[in-house]
Design a protein around this ligand. Structure first.
Ligand code: ADP
Ligand code: ZN
Length: 604
């Protein structure tokens, strides 16, 4: 019988296990149950694929990602693994074929959509086969209070009743301690061994910049740092998704929209193009992305503030699964805070409290003057890490300033409007009053006679917006009502009375350009090859693109970028040498070995 490391080398072509993998695999191979928390890109798939190949019988994988099953199965077949799937997208004949393979013991892995398990015929089918393990992917879908709850996942508790002797392994990349506990109890995995890997994604560079002209900033970011790279741009609304996709296309950048308002065929097409084409950008709402295991997503950009740190971590986590440098970039500004504070006023009390709690954590991450990664890891309970050197605040520590007086000016303007005039206004009017602008609206309300009129000419308009944003983020000011009227909070009075200092971070609307670009360059040099090897790499990519097209599979199913880079760098001259490269397993060596050597020769 093959050992797990034999399978790792022979089938997957990898040298060694990643952190955590071996322990999990050994535990499941021995028949134990497991609950695995591992960040995106950590290598969860191998944790059930290898045990399924080592143990006798078929590994049954429950996954909600129906649209991706075909690709997952194609990728396994390319490795010589006998895999199949059953879901609602198939016709009767195709399903029959897979069922027959399953019964004949001709499959190593069978992917199943969770709703299949509600069908008695499926349970009867499974009962007739020999099952080596159940893998429950995206296990957080069983958590009712999580953001991806799927009722069908509740059925999965039955697996253990029906097959008490078959090991189960549940996997997820998102889990605050509360979600973790819920997964464990709903799936009856309390007795399972829990494996919790760190949350850090060291290859992701985190950057949160103040929003001034989001479109221009996005364009600049893409042109300077990620020309021709694949990536995801997240927006809050469907209409902004459409607008940004069009804007990028108009500017010569290949981009497609994705949101729940598009019909299913269009969504499927855009997702498939993103997976298959090199360097395509998807502009999307958060409807896009779960389970997208495209390894070479080089950036994730947020043009709007995510609702929670969990959301931010999950969305940005889709970048850089291949371990090569990737960027998580976000533009964030006053309007985001106003809008989210307003949204957090909706719903019942419990809901509001949860929203506010999530938002406060997200805002704290945006406004922090210390390492973003340390804060992110802290949030997930991984305390005590050191500043990372690979986030914007580490690389260009923001200046902080004593904003107590500025805060008092804003707060007393709001106070005077409320107490002297019985009025509430939004940030625009408050800023105009501070700057002493005699606009029509100021004159109409007689605001030029307020004592605070014109007391804020020491700062500019954008700076006042920055002050208000930070006061909102710190809970020293609040928004009320639909139009974003500013009101004081319980915490405001301490500032007004001079009992509390307010420390603010100085916004750099134009971030320290030199620093950012040098860090970007540093990140790139790791990913980029020496100039003389670039044509070799491009030659290999062109060969790969042709093969992928011919077979109708995503390019990474043939070989990952990381593998092509290593081939270009080491320039193997024989099949034996080629076989030592990471990602070149037995099957791919036999299938593509000669072609790769020829493609190398041709570019030499
Ligand atoms: P996850 O599901 O945890 O996000 P995957 O299972 O998709 O991660 O793995 C992420 C990437 O890492 C994949 O491209 C996979 O092929 C690669 N990978 C996983 N384990 C190893 C390993 N031991 N050595 C090299 N590459 C690995
Ligand atoms: Zn840092």
């Amino acid at each position: 019988m093959d050992t797990p490391s034999d399978v790792l080398h022979r089938v997957f072509g990898y040298d060694s296990f990643r952190a955590g993998q071996q322990e999990i695999i050994d535990h499941v191979v021995a028949g134990g149950d497991a609950l695995v928390l591992m960040p995106t890109g950590g290598g969860k798939s191998l944790c059930y694929q290898i045990p399924a190949l080592v143990r006798s019988g078929v590994g049954v994988v429950i996954s909600p990602l129906i649209a991706l099953m075909q690709d997952q199965v194609d990728a396994l077949r390319a490795l010589g693994v006998r895999a199949g799937f059953l879901n609602s997208t198939q016709g009767f004949d195709e399903r029959q074929l897979v069922e027959a393979e399953f019964l004949a013991g001709e499959l190593d892995l069978l992917y199943l959509a969770p709703e299949r398990l509600r069908v008695d015929a499926t349970l009867r089918l499974l009962a007739k086969g020999d099952i080596s393990l159940f893998a429950i992917d995206e296990a957080h879908c069983v958590a009712q209070w999580g953001h991806d709850f799927r009722p069908d996942y509740l059925e999965l508790s039955r697996l253990h009743e029906l097959w008490p002797d078959v090991p189960r392994i549940a996997l997820t990349a998102t889990a605050t301690p509360a979600t973790h506990r819920e997964i464990s109890s709903r799936l009856g995995l309390d007795a399972a061994r829990h494996f919790v890997a760190g949350f850090d994604r060291p290859n992701i560079h985190y950057r949160i910049t103040s929003k001034s002209e989001p479109k221009r900033q996005l364009l600049q970011f893409l042109r300077e740092e990620h020309p021709d790279d694949a990536g995801i741009v997240y927006c809050l609304s469907r209409s902004s998704v459409e607008k940004i996709a069009e804007f990028l296309t108009d500017n010569g950048i290949a981009a497609v929209p994705y949101h729940a308002g598009l019909d299913a065929a269009t969504r499927a097409l855009h997702q498939a193009r993103f997976l298959r084409e090199d360097g395509l950008i998807v502009v999307a709402t958060i409807a896009f992305g779960m389970g997208i295991d495209k390894p070479d997503v080089r950036f994730v950009a947020h043009l709007d503030l995510p609702k929670s740190v969990e959301g931010y971590y999950q969305e940005t986590g889709r970048a850089g699964r291949d371990g090569l440098p990737a960027t998580a970039w976000m533009a964030y500004g006053l309007q985001d805070v106003v809008q989210h504070r307003r949204m957090a006023l909706e719903g019942d009390e419990a809901h509001r409290r949860r929203q506010v709690h999530h938002l406060d954590a997200m805002l704290a991450l945006c406004e922090t003057a210390s390492c973003r990664r340390v804060m992110l890891l802290d949030y997930f309970g991984q305390e005590g890490s050191q500043p990372c050197g690979n986030c914007d605040t580490c690389q260009a520590p923001p200046e902080t300033w004593d904003g107590t007086v500025a805060a008092q000016k804003v707060l007393s303007t709001v106070w005077r409007l409320a107490n002297e005039r019985r009025q509430k206004f939004g940030v625009g009017q408050v800023t105009d009053i501070l700057l002493g602008k005699t606009t029509a609206k100021v004159l109409q309300h007689g605001h030029e006679t307020l004592k605070v009129f014109g007391v804020g000419t020491d700062l500019g308009n954008a700076e006042w917006h920055g002050v208000v944003r930070q006061l909102l983020a710190q809970g020293l000011l609040a928004v009320e009502s639909d139009y974003g009227a500013l009101v004081l909070t319980d915490a405001s009075s301490a500032v007004l009375k001079g009992e509390r200092k307010v420390l603010l971070r100085r916004d750099t609307l134009r971030p320290a350009r030199a620093k950012t670009s040098s860090s970007a360059k540093a990140a790139k040099t790791v990913a980029e090859l020496p100039a003389e090897l670039a044509p070799v790499f491009e030659g290999l990519r062109a060969w790969r693109a042709a093969v992928a097209k011919e077979q109708g599979v995503p390019a990474y199913v043939i070989f990952h970028d990381a593998t092509l880079r290593e081939i270009a760098t080491r320039s193997p001259s024989s099949l034996a040498e080629l076989s030592t490269i990471n990602g070149v397993g037995e099957n791919k060596l036999a299938k593509y070995g000669e072609q790769v050597l020829e493609a190398l020769q041709a570019t030499a």
